[in-house]
Design a protein around this ligand. Structure first.
Ligand SMILES: Nc1ncnc2c1ncn2[C@@H]1O[C@H](COP(=O)(O)OP(=O)(O)O)[C@@H](O)[C@H]1O
Ligand SMILES: [Mg+2]
Length: 312
């Protein structure tokens, strides 16, 4: 349904320098699939998500929705196509206008499109809010989890086909996280949605996703079905992410296998493999030659010269 090829997004960083936020990322998303995107803060997840919406349009690369090249659309055509994708963000409270009532917040999208508010009640009900008592209140009267439900209603009222969830539960209490994740799964079934689900925490992503894309410093490390990624992670970075999940199935590797320190600046990404400066397996070749994303097993793609492919 969605095909992303060689996506590049850069930002000016002063003095002619550039932030290499996303550097040649390719993936596709099947209709009805949930694709997880995971990686440390700053690795380019949100930039990738916004590029899908053309907000802003990428520097280069192709994004096709049902075969339609979104990067070359303009004006009304872009607006119509973009509507088919909706986003949900990390901080639900700040993404809601505090002065408006819930009913008006959810009805705003349809109003802009010249449509009536007749789906508002259905949407509030679908996200688990009582239309009678909730619609007339303002955001500050709700908890963080309830505000995220309002944001979800606001996104779904436009009948999107793809919902891009950018860390939708990262700001919520753990008990509320599970409720929102469960709600998203229910809504996905009910409205036949395709989900792109972003999180910095692999523990959150692995259960909800069919396939998971692991990113590091603007590049893809690994792409695999959730099960495969958890049971047979091939990229040293994926293995480190998994090892850091408390109670995870992967036995904790020796201390020197856990990634240390901060990722390098995306203004000066390392030569060759971008992960090599923190990688326990790095050798000379990793600095000289960039690893391409290649298949190592059924549905499993890895960008590493020395992947772990004999199991855990
Ligand atoms: N508007 C912007 N201007 C300059 N740099 C940006 C901008 N948006 C993101 N970045 C930089 O791009 C990189 C990727 O950011 P982002 O996509 O937000 O990462 P993530 O969502 O994975 O935390 C970071 O280094 C971030 O500082
Ligand atoms: Mg982000």
């Amino acid at each position: 349904m969605l095909r992303v090829e060689d996506l590049v997004v850069e930002f000016p960083a002063g003095k002619g320098r550039r932030v290499h936020a996303v550097s040649g990322v390719s993936f596709d998303v099947a209709r009805g699939e949930t694709l997880g995107i995971v990686g440390e803060s700053g690795c380019g997840k949100s930039t990738t998500a916004r590029a899908l919406m053309q907000l802003p349009a990428p520097l280069s690369g192709s994004i096709r929705l049902d075969g339609v090249e979104m990067t070359s659309l303009r004006g009304e055509k872009l607006r119509e196509t973009r509507r088919r994708l909706q986003m949900i963000f990390q901080d639900p409270i700040s993404s809601l206008n505090p002065r408006r009532k819930v009913r008006d917040i959810v009805a705003e999208g349809p109003r802009v499109w010249g449509e009536g508010a007749d789906r508002v009640d259905e949407m509030l009900e679908a996200v688990g809010l009582d239309p009678v008592t909730a619609a007339g209140r303002r955001p500050h009267e709700f908890s963080g989890g309830q505000c995220q439900r309002i944001c979800i209603a606001r996104a779904l009222v436009l009948r999107p086909e793809v919902v891009i969830c950018d860390e939708p539960v990262s700001a919520l209490d753990v008990s509320v996280q599970a409720q929102i994740l469960g709600l998203l799964e229910d809504l996905k079934e009910r409205y036949r949605l395709t989900l792109v689900f972003i999180a910095h925490d692999l523990a959150v992503v692995k259960n909800i996703s069919d396939r998971v894309l692991v990113m590091y410093l603007g590049k893809i490390c690994e792409l695999a079905p959730g099960e495969t990624l958890v049971n047979r992670p091939a990229h040293p970075y994926t293995r480190a992410l998994l090892a850091s999940i408390p109670g995870g199935r992967l036995a904790l590797p020796p201390a020197d296998q856990l990634i240390k320190g901060e990722p390098p600046s995306p203004v000066w990404p390392p030569s060759g493999c971008r992960f090599r400066t923190r990688c326990p397996k790095a050798r000379a070749r990793c600095a000289e030659e960039e690893p391409v994303v290649r298949p190592v097993a059924d549905g499993q793609w890895v960008a590493c010269h020395f992947p772990e492919i004999d199991g855990v």
